[in-house]
Structures are given as C-alpha cells and as structure tokens.
Design a protein around this ligand. Sequence first.
Ligand SMILES: [Zn+2]
Length: 418
Amino acid sequence: MRLVRASTGQVLKLAASATLGAGGEAKVFAVLDAPELAAKVYHRPTAERADKLAAMLANPPEDPMASQGHVSIAWPSDLLLSAHGPSQVMGFLMSRVRDMHPIIDFYHPKTRRHRHPLFNYLYLVRTARNLAACVNALHARGYVVGDLNESNILVGETALVTLVDTDSFQVPDPRNGQVYRCRVGKPEFTPPELQSVSFAWVDRKPEHDLFGLAVLLFQLLMEGIHPFAGKHLGRGEPLPLEARVAKGWFPYAPVGRAGTAPMPMAPPFELLPPRIRDLFVQCFNLGHTEPGRRPAAAVWQAALLEAEASLTACAANPQHRYGNHLRACPWCERREMLDGIDPFPSLESLKRRFFARQRLRGRPLPRPAPAEYALAIAAARAAIRRQRRNRVLMGLALATTGILLVIYWLWALKLLLH
Ligand SMILES: [Zn+2]
C-alpha cells in the first residue's frame, strides 16, 4: 500500500509483511522509510476521523517523559493521505514504541515473576506515578481517555509508561466546539455513574477517567487485585464486579461496605502508606456518590512520589521494598503465606534457579553480570525451545530417509526376483 505523508508529500510504502498489529477498525504498520515511526491505517476512513485527527494534531499534550527521551503518549504526528484519487485522510503516523509490554505483565504477580522477575515494588510505585503523569498531561489539555484500561497501557523495564490507541480518546475541537466522543469502555474500569450507560451518548469527564486510573493504580500497588474484588458476605450468589462497582462495595472502606470483605489472598490494605489509602477511600468510597471528590491525577502523582521516597529495602532480600510506616517486611510475610513463592525473588534465588536448570541440562554455567540474569533466563528458555524444535525436525528427516530406503530396497528386490 502507498500513502502520502501530509506534511512533506513523501510517498510511504507500507508492506503487509511489516504489520505490527491489527484490530477491528485499523491496522498498524512499521514504516520502512522511517524506522522511528509507525502508521495506523483505518479500514473505513471517515470525514469525522479526519476532523478528529486534525484537532489532535493542532493541540498535542505535553509529554511528561519527553525530557527522558521517551514517548509516553503515542499521539498522532502527521496525517496519511490516499496516493490515488481524491485526497482522503486514511490514517496517521505516530512514534513507534519498542521494548514495551502490556501493564498487566507487571502487576499480575505470576506473569511478573515469569517475565520480569527483577521488577520490584519500587518499580511498581514508579509505574503508577508515571501513569498518573500521563493522565494528568491529557486532562491539562482538555482530553479524556474514556476507555482507560489495561490493554492500552504499555510499560518498559525501567517503569516508563506509554499510552497507545490515542485516537480513541475523547477529543474536543476548539475550532467549532464539537466533542469527538470515545464510544467504548470496559465495565471494570467504568465509574458507577456510567455503568449500563451507552458511551456513544455521553460526553466523558476527567472524573470518569479518575475512577479507571485509581483502579489501575490499585492493581499496580496491590498485586493485581481489583479494588472491588471481595469476599461475598450476603446471601445468594456473589455479584459480578461491575454490579459491585455500581453499588459502591469497596471492601477496604471504613464504612458502607456491607456486602463484601477483602479477598483472603489480597495483600493487607495496610501495606499502602496512609496517604495512599486515604486517596483510594476518597475515590472509591466518598467518590461513589460525589464523583468530584475523586483525587486528580496530579494529586496521585505527588502522593506516589512521596510513597516511592518512603520505601525501604528488606534486610533478608533487597528486592523486597516496603513503606517505612511498616515495622516488618510485608513481602517476607506474603512469601510465607504463599508457601515459599516470593512475589519479588532475590537475585540470589534467581541465580540458583537458573543454575539449577542449567545443571539439570548438563550445560556449562555462564557467568552473566547480575542485571543480565533475567535476560539470561529468557535466552535459556528460547534455546530450549529451539532444541525441542530441532529434535522434532531431525526425527522427521530420519523417518523420511527410512521410508525412502525401504521403498528403494523393495524396488531392488523386485528387480532381482524378475
Ligand atoms: Zn522481606
């Protein structure tokens, strides 16, 4: 496919082989002529999409991580026009995001242990702060994410965050006062007042995002537990998550949580510093009836910066970081509770695990530098997968040779007998 870059007139070639992702509405391509860019091309381009993109290009948000050379909001940077026929906006260009992973990989304890074993609690708090900074930057320019959920947030190994799918955000157009709505949303990140409301009919407000933001922050800081997940105390069937959100059953609220109690496997709420606990209660309990009371993203940002500064390292395992309001390490306690499964394994235990595996397979022990262990483990896994594949291929080759030999001998025998 050939498309024209609107600002320069340059013709860009987008090859199907360079597809980075595809969805119901569009496809994302790597741009061969500009490796730092990605192109999003709509299946059905419309005039409304073109107007929305123009409004976004005219008023980009300030990227809070630009000083670190990182793109934290994958905002459109140029329009892509059709190369043939009447000029039509087909999609847009944006910065290409590399080496970033879905946020759930980090807050889900099992996936984190498996894929990012050295990502400790300090990094989780920093990820939370960086996420709040992105949302704050968008709200400062009048944008509302609308569909804030785990699938449009990417995180890197250094806790930097990138929001993607920015063209689904709610965009105001200052030129004509029009609002381009966000027509989607996931129930578990949707505030009580919008549960069972059709998104196409409402203008979203920043306070709606602040509910979804607090859900994600809670999951980052509380080992992936959803703030409204709880043990059902009343009679009858337990209610689904969205019904609990609608009723305002926040199990950690000091009052008004009649139907629910925290999940037995959830970390204790006291794990969080008092200020952070207050903000969650403000958002989910007081903010239930008064959405305006939900803490702003900038308030979260400041409180999380404080929380990060208050972290201290455990003497038994320096990967355990916890707030200095606690007397004992909560992660050592949690490890006991989980029968020895450490949510933040020490470097020493990772080394032992890695070496034990290597020994089992009779390989020489490599000696990578400490920070490379996580990568070394991933490389070892890839090598094992390769080995298995090679064994299967070798088996197939031997079987084929055997069959050919049998056919040859049968043929030779037939010739001899004649
Ligand atoms: Zn500890």
